[in-house]
Design a protein around this ligand. Structure first.
Ligand SMILES: [Zn+2]
Length: 123
């Protein structure tokens, strides 16, 4: 099918969300960006791109994560006030939701940062 590729996507660039989810290297598009669910690899295993150098300066990552965790805890407390679910149900629901959101936020933020840094360094 010759579908319209969409006006927002740059040519040859994967969307930032899919790049964050699959951890695509900004240079070679290999799935090498993350060595752990939310930790950047030191360098790309496929093309040797120095990811640690690109990550330098991304020090708001921790603040973003803290704010997100705080917002989720507030939401959890708010939900408890309204619904008064049993404690085990709260933990069962909010545990994975919090962990999942924080990991995704970190991945997304780091990917965004690395891609931004990578593009800035292009001649
Ligand atoms: Zn690479």
């Amino acid at each position: 099918m010759d579908a319209d590729p969409g006006p927002t996507e740059k040519k040859g660039q994967p969307g930032l969300v899919s790049a964050a989810l699959s951890g695509l290297c900004p240079r070679c598009r290999a799935r090498t960006l993350f060595s752990a669910p939310a930790a950047l690899a030191d360098e790309c295993r496929a093309c040797g791109l120095d990811l640690r150098a690109l990550e330098r300066g991304g020090r708001f990552v921790g603040i973003v994560t803290m704010l997100l965790a705080l917002a989720l805890i507030m939401a959890a407390l708010g939900a408890d006030e309204w619904l008064r679910p049993p404690l085990w149900a709260s933990f069962l629901f909010w545990g994975p939701v919090t962990v999942g959101s924080v990991i995704f936020a970190l991945r997304f933020y780091k990917t965004m940062w690395v891609y931004h840094q990578y593009e800035e360094r292009q001649p």
